[in-house]
Design a binder for this molecule. Sequence first.
Ligand code: AMP
Length: 569
Amino acid sequence: MDTPPFNTLGLSPMLLQAVESLGFERPSPIQALAIPVALAGRDVVGLSETGSGKTAAFGLPMLQAIDVSRRETQALIVCPTRELAVQVCEQVHILGSGYGEDLIVAPVYGGASMERQFKLLARGAQIVVGTPGRLLDLWSRKALVLSRIRMVVLDEADRMLDMGFRDDMEELLGAMPAERQTLFFSATMNREVERLIQSFGRDPELVQVKRTAMTVASIDQICYEVRERSKVEVLSRLLDIEPPRLAIVFCNTKRSVDECTEALIARGYAADRLHGDITQMMRERVLKRFREGSVELLVATDVAARGLDIEEVDAVFNYDLPQDPEDYVHRIGRTGRAGRSGRAISFVYGRDIYRLQNIERYTRQKIRRDRIPTQEQVEGRRADQLLEMVRDTLESGEFAHHEDLIDRLLEAGHTATDIANALFSLLYGMHSREGEEIAEDRAPAPPPPRDRERDRDRGDAPPRENRRERGTRFDREERFAPRRGPGGNEGMVTLFVSLGKTGGMRPGDLAGMLYREAQLPEGAVGRISLFPRHTLVDVRADVADDIIERCRDSKLRGKKIRIDYDRGA
Ligand code: AMP
């Protein structure tokens, strides 16, 4: 569904700023429908599912309605579970960050210290988010005052009724001023929910996102369970193991587009971006390059990708799962066109699973869960691709002859096999990318051993014994004792750089890159000696480690370079 921009909904500049800084490019359908109605002071019945963006749909009008200069509870959000209460509280807090210290949002739920909750309420929290039982408890102890409530939200009303909270909810609602505004949010509408609305709503407006008919062509739909910080690595592995000719990577926010594009470019992929802040001229340039194939990966938001008509996209990645199932259908509909086969790959984690279930219900299709390919599988595939490339070249007979060079190597005593090995290594180096570990969960409470096993089975983290640990600075130093700079220059060491004259290395570029990336003080770079396939550079010993560390992912002349201590001839 096309939604109007946030700034047409009637939100204050401060809240528009919050939405902008979160990188939300446009309202989700439920936000577009519910926000203006709620801002007009009307009661709302919002039919929407988890993941539809409903927290901001009620949170933004609520933040606009309260008066932060008054230290009293003016708005209440009732949630079925403590987890939801915590999440809602966090999100409301972020959305209201423009109020600074003045805004107090208090989470109150069972199983947590009453003391803290008393204190927060006593400080005059303007917004209270909690579960029905605890809210009632605090009210009966007079810690929570309901007489100044202007707005109340029942989040997941159907679920609260299913969980047997009807009496608690009724008691709470009965204790608030009758002229308050009530927003009912529910995934489903049934007789129980209707009864509640009839008893406590005042001529509410029903907002519901209409589902249009959809068709998904024969697209292979797969999803991977990926933590946020491992998304780039998993995306890279998937791109390497089955390289698409043209692919679109969809993100939910401009910020996510920017971060993803930059990470992909840094890893050597031909990627470019499209989002709301890209000028029309730039947009056309990017699209032209994508159509021509000089950009293979287009990273985009839904809005930016609208109206894009490109036939040959062979894979769509949902780097962020969309808010709305309809967006999912639009996104994946960009692949598998004109009878071609297409792939739609989604990254999910944690609560995304609900959104995924919504999508599956909506499309009436199952999305296959798959294991993340291991680094070993990626390397195996790369070796196969290389072999195929060399074999195809041999079989086609279309290659230049270099007998004079080969003869020189043979005469120097190298065997034909060694020569071929060396050439393969060089080729492999040109086509390989150093993998990273897939992040393990560092949640405060470690999962029970059974869960760790499951994580491992899913391919989230390779078994420890197979994991390729990167050398730490400490063991690198142990292995390669730094060599003193040529001429025994005191205080200088020599670094090896894996690009030389034949790769287009120029001393000025190298020095510039070192100063820039490692933010070196003046005079930290000394003599630079170019060789055909590598370069030696003298640097001040006290900055050598920093250079190695900071230039780990650097590129020169479009090629990824490796910098380490020179181990000597
Ligand atoms: P909710 O349904 O409220 O739990 O929201 C699900 C997720 O969507 C949260 O992570 C929000 O930060 C995100 N979200 C909400 N509204 C938008 C929007 N308009 N654009 C992008 N992301 C959003």
